[in-house]
Design a protein around this ligand. Sequence first.
Ligand code: GYE
Length: 618
Amino acid sequence: MRIRASAPAVALAVLAAGLTSCAQAPREAGVRYLVGFSQANLTEPWRLAMTEEVKLEAALHPDIKIIYADAADSTNRQIDDVQRLMDYGIDLLIISPTDSRALTPIVREAYSKVPVIVLDRAVEGYDYSLFIGPDNERLGREAGGVISELLGNRAGTVIEVQGRSGSPPALARSHGLREVLAKHPNLKVVDTIVADWLRDTAEDKVAARIRTIPDIDVIFAQNDAMAFGAWRATRVAGRQGIKFIGIDGLPGPTGGIELVRRHVLSATFTCPTGGKEAVIYALDILQRKEGIPKKIFLRPEKVTPDVLVQTQAGVPHSKLARLPPGRRIVLGFAQIGSESEWRVANTKSVKSAAAKAGIELLFEDGKQHQENQIAAIRSFIRRKVDVIAFSPVVEKGWEEVLREAKEAGIPVILSDRSVDLSDDSLWLTFMGSDFVEEGRRAGRWLVENMKASGPVNIVELVGTIGSAPAIDRTIGFAEVIKDYPNYKVIASESGDFLRTQGYDVMKKILAGESRKINAVFAHNDDMAIGAIQAIEEAGLKPGKDVIIVSIDAAHGAFKAMIDGKLSCAVECNPLLGPQLMKAVKDYMSGKDLPIRMITAEGVFPAATARQDIKGREY
Ligand code: GYE
């Protein structure tokens, strides 16, 4: 393990005393929590900033001590670092992996003993307490948006300079960029250069490559360091007129902010490192606070010369809200309705968490109609609540009312479901599930447990048309079964998340479908339970003749699994109340909120339903 000079002296001293023997050294007085921070490297400016953030935040909490380990970008060294930190007896591990796949086993092992916070690059699977990172696909999309703004409708050639080959951020940023450029046929990525996040590598490779590319309009580099290197290469080659875009937006003399100020870069995007949040959440986890999400994605902010003119410190920041002293927070919540067991549990969670948090809750039930939710939001605006939260029944049709909330200076939190809006300044943060992953989990369970070689005809009972869970669960499920040609969705129809409609739709399909139905994928338990009734009325045995997988994993699903009628329930956690109240209080206390917070969820097969149901809250 290499200890860098930048680590605080106290940590160095602790290491010298402890790590050589790998024995658990005695804790100094006042140190309640010992946290290990395994950093991929301290060569990248962004990682230096991350480590500095960790140090500064930790300094604000005297009962926590951080031990730093720098893997110098070596995967093997990082594996050793984690092992030694564990041997030292840390209470929690923070790790920013060099290589996601290679570090997954050691992170899984550490997680079996202590909480683990993964920073920036996720490991495979979900064997960790919390992931904190940037939304890399979004950063790529934002860069694509700036390129299309810069070049307009004229033909444009783009070079992309990528970070470490195959790393999740490099892949995701590239995917986001291409997703946007695909909508602009006049813009073409004519070359891709891999420069491993490093400025000098970018300078050398771009210098070599531009000799063979006569017309270049934009060079997009996946971080500012590589963008600066590319810019230097073109300056030396005497190339004019090329625009440069980067990511990271760090302050300081060589940071992206300064490069934009000097018009070296046309734009960059802040890419919050998560260092500060990692320490804050580490304390929350160690103090067993409620409402800890599984993943949080931090909000990027675009930095261009005109944006710089508008901000004071040169670094754009979100408005800090303050609650007038002595007054309770007032939260307006516009719920969808009570269409399912999940929704009932969600409402109960929101109400009980508000009461526990001492937040005054104004609660309106939309009865499954968007116009009712819009009316409720307008009533909250009139009543001048501090924060509005709602679960959008469908993704579209919210722009007008959310603009009214923004003009009234009232932040809006999306709870459970998201909206389809180009202007994401109209909402503060989203908290809920990863519905695409839920669809994947349903598909994976089906193929891994049916192990069928012959045709598997599937009926898909879709949720509310146009709602985020219905759209994304279909996407995730299809993504998995596309690799198994014998698994085929032969009928797909909406049951609107309702048990009665799940029954009606299934009954109609059973009556009209001549092919054998082998499986049902239901977007929620309520429709699955309705379908079970229709399947039994058709003289078939649900769970045997027809394998059924549903999403939610509410109480009714466990009962159906124990009765042998439902085969698997993929969890979708409705208990968002504590997370929502924590976010509201954090925001009102002046903290920045992540742009997305994803809840922790599991998969429950019928085989273990009898014991899994014990102690469940919904
Ligand atoms: O799956 C369903 C509810 O938005 C995730 O809505 C929620 C879905 C849930 O009606 O039961």
